[in-house]
Design a protein around this ligand. Sequence first.
Ligand code: HEM
Length: 277
Amino acid sequence: MNANWWGLLGERFKELIGRVGDSEELSGIVGSATDHHAAPYAITEELVAVYRMHPLMPDQFNFFSLKDGGLIQSADLHQVAGNRTRSLAESMAMADMFYSFGIAHPGAISLHNYPRLLQQLQRDNGEVFDLAAVDVLRDRERGVPRYNQFRALICRERVSRFEEITSNRRWADELRRVYNNDIDQVDLMVGMFAEDLPEGFGFSDTAFRIFILMASRRLKSDRFFTKDYTAEIYTQLGLDWIDNNSMITVLKRHYPEVAPALYGVENAFAPWRRLAA
Ligand code: HEM
């Protein structure tokens, strides 16, 4: 993401010296020429498929107070979702909710971690369904290739044994059983959840390849990030504002009381400091 924005030469170099010609590798996509490449920009079905990350959702949420770190209330996924969200949100201070999400961890994107309450998701209209099954169904009905074919299409080598998807022997056996020993039938989402992750990754290499492509394209296709990312359009104050702010400065400006929980934290999307209860 940093290379997309600043280029491989980095933020400091761009600040001090500026762009090195048209090179988006060296100086980032932002401020380079606009280019749609092969087709006008759109969110592709592949991006939607790799973004099906429902295991990120926990079944249970805990809300804590910034004042003394104490537990304010707990709620399950059903109680925080749908048309119940607003009244729950209004029962607490916004800053306490930011703090609670700041110290919370998402669920691991892996097999056997699909939230129970999304497997019996109750919609506001009373309909109840298994979102895990619907995730798989949607990819199938929309023609997203199965896991092995998807790998081949994004230039990863095909797998011929279930053990090449995952080093977890139990999962490999389960996949073999569920898919009747036919590795080409493994659904994309299932294969991605089973994959061993590269070091330091939260999601699969397969998903990462689609993300990196789309992260670049959403900038490269947008004139406001490319040829029109100029002081004429944004004013110099505007460009400086973007450079000099982050999610941390935005949060602290609006909710100064979150500052102690962000002390020493460099990225607001990384875990915040827990305040002593
Ligand atoms: C309370 C939390 C959530 C609920 C109740 C929820 C519910 C749903 C529902 C009902 C659908 C549509 C199913 C259908 O096609 O009929 C859906 C689709 C989807 N969800 Fe979630 N979701 C939640 C959180 C998330 C999160 C955290 C992510 C990813 C980070 C995510 C990613 C997606 C994607 C990519 C789709 C497919 C969208 C499409 O087909 O265009 N969802 N979700």
